[in-house]
Ligand binder design. Structure first.
Ligand code: AMP
Ligand code: ZN
Length: 494
């Protein structure tokens, strides 16, 4: 079965086939680097990452481009306020964004920066002027005349037939109901950054950036364009208008939009105190993998309501999967195989695939892997899981992880880096006890812990429970939880 995806343009689930046989060319609107990325941003970026990973697993090579919006109204305002250049201002947040994206398991797309494409953007405006689609105003700004693009509104399904020809708007984000000619290029204002180009001085509008850079990297028509649902109008509508009126060709064939994330049932906002960056969560002691898991647990078109209970549940799920893999890798198994387990592993791979092919139904794919873990654990406990059953089970886990990317146990070094960053930024007071505990436990390497576990085992065999308890307490102090089970002694970091 081919992948079926919802296309915002047709408002339907369609079969996804790239324009070129085996290559997918996709563009995702990236962050505006004026602050640290929040969990809403990462909801969308993780959804796009998951799509990319699944397309690759499906056999496509991927050309995935993402822009870094390093010039816009907010950036210009903030850099002027701080008395630094736009580049100085954005460098810090771009670096932070890339670190955060890596921390949450996002594979890095090809990055393009607005400020590195200014002459191309000016050329684009000049061509639109030549075609009579863009016009210059007295102050030296340029606007797109939407009356010249009759299908304006086709993505957002808005009817602009009664719009006022010539009414203008010069901000990047504007009222959803306004049908206005939008700014392609903004004339310089005193004290604000501007570039000198063939069409005069000024700076590009946000919509223009994405049209110019996506077509430069991917061609005039490409497969898929992605972003959060707030970008449908005006941003993506305007990208389509600019691009298609210039080339006369369809711009992106698929429009992929992730539904907005809510926090505890409400829109995230600084004033409500429910606004979290990824770093805020790590400072509270949560693992990046817990958030990645949570963000993927609700299919991208459903509303995800972020809660701390959900985040804890995410941690438990990841832990279960990691423990299961550890069990498979370190357990002792009788020779042979069990037909039911072989079938279970193969069926799980098929179920995960069909779930993801169904408009990326991540919840169902996760349900399939957990059902496998449950049944395989039962078989392990009653001795019916045999040596030759291990490889197919591990393969199913690997297939899962190629897309979900939570199995690698690398949270602690990442958390350590966030702690170092907080100290360097003078934010020590924001470091929770939970994070300190976790990082302390990371200080003990596996090779230090294992001999202590062996010593505990020996002490218990010799019925020296005092010694065994002392080692257990020492490890607990260092954030290592030791569990004594009927299969032996297991440990994990808190
Ligand atoms: P920005 O940095 O504001 O340009 O946003 C970067 C990306 O995050 C865009 O694709 C937005 O649509 C997306 N985004 C912003 N807030 C949320 C949210 N609460 N839920 C999901 N996606 C969001
Ligand atoms: Zn964009």
């Amino acid at each position: 079965m081919p992948l079926r995806l919802f296309n915002t343009m047709s408002s339907q689930i369609e079969e996804f086939r790239p324009l070129r046989d085996s290559e997918v060319r996709m563009y995702a609107c990236g962050p505006t680097v004026y602050d640290y990325g929040h969990i809403g941003n990462f909801r969308t970026f993780v959804a796009v990452d998951l799509l990319r990973r699944f397309l690759r697993q499906s056999g496509y090579s991927i050309h995935h481009v993402m822009n870094i919006t390093d010039v816009d109204d907010k950036i210009i305002r903030n850099s002027a306020r701080d008395g630094v250049t736009v580049q100085q201002y954005t460098a810090k947040y771009e670096k932070a964004f890339l670190e955060d994206a890596a921390m949450i398991g996002i594979e890095q797309p090809t990055l393009v920066r607005a400020t590195e494409h200014i002459p191309k953007m000016a050329d684009f405006v000049a061509k639109l002027v030549e075609k009579g689609i863009a016009y210059r105003t007295d102050d030296g700004s340029y606007y797109f005349r939407i009356a010249k693009f009759p299908s304006y509104g086709k993505l957002s399904k808005r009817d602009f037939s009664s719009m006022l020809d010539g009414a203008r708007v010069d901000v990047d984000e504007y009222d959803k109901d306004s049908a206005r000619d939008f700014a392609l290029w903004k004339a310089p204002k005193t004290g604000e950054a501007s570039w000198s180009t063939a069409i005069g001085s000024g700076r590009p509008g946000w919509h223009l950036e994405c049209s110019v850079m996506s077509m430069q990297e991917l061609g005039e028509s490409f497969d898929l364009h992605a972003g959060g649902e707030d970008l449908i109008f005006p941003h993506h509508e305007n990208e389509i208008a600019q691009s298609e009126s210039l080339t006369g060709k369809p711009f992106a064939h698929f429009w992929f939009h992730a539904r907005f994330l809510l926090v505890e049932g409400e829109k995230m906002s600084k004033s409500l105190g429910n606004f979290f960056t990824l770093r805020d969560l790590v400072l509270k002691g949560h693992k990046p993998s817990s958030l990645r898991y949570l963000l993927t647990s609700v299919p991208y078109r459903n509303q995800l309501n972020f809660t701390f209970d959900g985040l804890k549940q995410g941690a438990v799920s990841v832990e279960r999967l990691r423990n299961f893999r550890l069990r498979l890798k370190s357990g002792n198994f009788a020779e042979g195989s069990t037909a039911e387990i072989q079938t279970l592993a193969a069926d799980t791979v098929t179920k995960m695939r069909s779930a993801l092919e169904d408009d990326l139904n991540t919840a169902q794919a996760q349900a399939a892997i957990f059902e496998m873990v449950r049944q395989a654990n039962t078989a392990f406990d009653n001795g019916t899981l045999k040596k030759d059953d291990v490889p197919p089970l591990l393969t199913a886990l690997e297939k899962f992880d190629e897309v979900f990317a939570v199995l690698e146990d690398d949270d602690l070094p990442k958390m350590q880096r966030v702690m170092d960053w907080a100290i360097a930024e003078g934010r020590e007071k924001d470091i929770s006890e939970e994070l300190r505990d976790a990082v302390r436990s990371a200080g003990l390497s596996d090779s230090t812990i294992e001999p202590k576990i062996e010593e505990m085992k020996a002490a218990r065999t010799a019925r020296d429970f005092k010694r065994s308890d002392a080692i257990r307490a020492e490890l607990a102090d260092a954030g290592i939880l030791v569990e004594i089970t009927k299969d032996g002694i297991r440990w994990r970091r808190k």
